[in-house]
Design a protein around this ligand. Structure first.
Ligand SMILES: [Zn+2]
Length: 307
């Protein structure tokens, strides 16, 4: 109707009015169409880079939704991952706000609930199972590992990393583990792919043999010394900046995406990436935003992952 009116209008004012009416008609049609359709995440701007269809049905089990885990989950959700099982017993606290991407209004809430809500807001077609539980005692953890296609280990303790690794070996599931070095000097991301690469413990052994246990090369702060030795909390480490943590989270998300789509970690066959955010005094290979050459670690003979 507006189009006919537009073509017949001679003077400028009438033509302007007709254009406004025509725009409104188009907008109404679009609004009516959108309301009739289910709310889906529109992938059209990234489909030349990846196919969200290739991630259909892939289930990710994520352990840890802290300052590193939350951005990994955010990025993978935006890139098309839509089946999640989330584990984290913690709540969001005010000290997290300098590192964690979620807001002040979520303080005091469980991190799994906040992330659950975020995923469904971003992609209402997603399915999310959330467990505010410690993986060591969670009753459904074996069943969830069995069900998933990939485990993301974003925990901040070595004990959880080793336990997650043992679950991955038992159920023969790929597992991408990320850890940030003390004070955020850098971090590492490691992919265990059963039948292809060694597990997290294999990496640990090789790191010790090669002197690549970077955390040991970093001078502890007085607070770290006091907490580690004085309070006997060996896992304690002073935090890095949000920037430091996110640099490692991005590497983990990218590696996870490659494992999900291609079955390999996407570093020309390598599965272990050590990334530095800043120079570590005494560590020659370190530097600002510098990654060491990625390495491939094979399954070590004496390890539980060795067939
Ligand atoms: Zn192993």
């Amino acid at each position: 109707m507006a189009a006919t009116f537009y073509s017949r209008s001679r003077d400028r004012q009438s033509r302007h009015l007709a254009r406004e009416v025509r725009n409104l008609e188009t907008e109404w049609q679009s609004l009516a169409r959108n309301r009739a359709e289910p709310l889906n995440l529109n992938f059209s701007r990234i489909e030349h880079l990846l196919s969200p269809a290739s991630l259909e049905g892939k289930v990710i089990l994520q352990i840890g939704l802290g300052s590193g885990g939350a951005p990994v989950c955010d990025h993978l959700t935006m890139n098309g991952v839509r089946s999640w099982i989330l584990y984290d017993p913690d709540i969001l606290q005010d000290v997290n706000l300098v590192k964690h991407p979620r807001g002040r209004r979520d303080l005091g809430r469980l991190k799994v609930d906040i992330q659950h809500e975020w995923i469904l807001d971003r992609n209402p077609a997603a399915t999310v199972t959330s467990r505010p539980e410690d993986v060591f005692t969670a009753p459904s953890i074996q069943e969830h590992v069995q069900k998933c296609d990939l485990i993301l280990c974003c925990a901040d303790t070595r004990a959880v990393r080793l336990f997650t690794n043992s679950l991955a070996i038992k159920h023969k599931k790929p597992c991408v583990t990320a850890s940030v070095f003390r004070q955020g000097f850098g971090g590492e991301v490691y992919a265990y792919i059963p039948g292809y690469s060694g597990c997290f413990e294999c990496m640990d052994k090789v790191a010790n043999q090669m002197g690549l246990n970077i955390n040991l090369a970093i001078e502890p702060t007085p607070e770290e010394q006091e907490t580690i030795y004085g309070m006997n909390l060996p896992d304690f480490q002073a935090s890095g900046l949000s920037l430091d943590i996110n640099a490692i989270a991005l590497i983990q998300a990218r590696m996870a995406l490659d494992v999900l789509i291609d079955g390999k970690p996407g570093y020309s066959g390598a599965n272990w990436v050590i990334h530095y955010n800043r120079s570590i005094p005494g560590v020659e290979s370190s530097g600002r935003l510098k990654s060491a050459r990625p390495m491939l670690i094979r399954s070590q003979k004496e390890c539980a992952c060795h067939d």
